[in-house]
Design a protein around this ligand. Sequence first.
Ligand SMILES: Nc1nc2c(ncn2[C@@H]2O[C@H](COP(=O)(O)OP(=O)(O)OP(=O)(O)O)[C@@H](O)[C@H]2O)c(=O)[nH]1
Ligand SMILES: [Mg+2]
Length: 303
Amino acid sequence: MGLFEKFKKGLRKTREFWSNEWTKTLSAHGRFDDDMLDDFEEILVRADCGVPASEDVIETIKEHIRKTGDDSSETVMKVVKKRIIEILGDKTEIEIVPGKLNIILMVGVNGTGKTTTAGKLASRYKKEGKKVMLAAADTFRAAAVEQLKAWGEKTSTAVISNSEGTDPASVVFDAIKAAQARGTDILIVDTAGRLHNKKNLMEELSKINRVILREAPDANIRSMLIIDATTGQNAVIQTEAFSEAVSLDYLGITKLDGSAKGGVAIAVSYLAKVPIVLAGLGEGVEDLEDFDPEYFADSLFEE
Ligand SMILES: Nc1nc2c(ncn2[C@@H]2O[C@H](COP(=O)(O)OP(=O)(O)OP(=O)(O)O)[C@@H](O)[C@H]2O)c(=O)[nH]1
Ligand SMILES: [Mg+2]
C-alpha cells in the first residue's frame, strides 16, 4: 500500500465525518453566504480543528470570495485545503545525524501511545540498517518494562531496563553508557505517562534530561510529545502545557485511525511551535508514517 493510501485508510473516520457534514451543509445552502460560513465554522470546530484555526479558515474563504467573486464550492474547497496545508506547515522529518548517538525522548500523558510509537520507530530504524536501542525509563507503571521488552523482541532491538520502581534517570544513565559502548546510532527512551501539572513527574523528566545532557553532551538529543487524536481538544491543551514545561522538538499524533477527530492535527499545528513529524495510523508495527501535511489534507477531502 502506498503512503497516501495508508493515510487515506487511517483517516477514514475523519474523512467520513467531514464529507457527510459538508455535503449536508452544501446542499442546504447552495452557496457560500454568511449563514453557510457559520455552519461551516461549526463543522470545523466539531471536527476538532479548534476555534482559532477554524476562524482562520473561514476568514480565508471570505477573503477569497471578496477578492475573486468566485464562491463555487469546488474553488472554495480548494482554498480550504490549501489553507489547511499551510497551517500544518512544511513536512518535517525526525533528524537523525549519522555518526552520532541520536537520542529520542518520548514524553506525554498516560496512554497516548509513547511505548507503541517507540517500538514502531525502533522497527523502522532497524529496517534502515541502524543500530537501535530502547531504554525502559517508565519504571512507574507495573508491566511497562515488559511491554517495551515485548517490542524489543518483536523488533530484535536491545532493551535496557531495571526493575519497577527504580529511578528512571538511572535507567537512562545505563542506557547511554550501553549505547556509547556499543556504537548505537539511535537510543529511544520510553518514559512514564505524566500530567504536566504533576510536580514530581515533571521533575523526574527534568532529571532524565539533565542526565542525558551530562552523559551525552555531543549526542543529537530530541524530545517528542506523543498526543492521542481521540482525545480531541485535550491533546491541544497537553501540547500547550508540555511546551511550557519542557523543551519539545517534535510532536507525534497517534490513533488517527481510531477517531473522527483527525482535525486535532490542525488545531495543534495552529498553536504549537513544533512540527508534527509522526502519524500513528494503527496498532501494528507498520502503522507509523512520517506526518505529511499534503497527504493528510488530501485524505480529508478525497471522495
Ligand atoms: N488504533 C491505534 N492504537 C494505538 C496507536 N498508538 C498506540 N495505540 C494503542 O494505544 C494504547 C496505549 O498505547 P501505549 O503505547 O501503551 O501508550 P503509552 O503512552 O506508552 O501509555 P503509558 O505508558 O500508560 O503512559 C495501546 O493499546 C496501543 O496499542 C495508533 O496509532 N492507533
Ligand atoms: Mg508506555
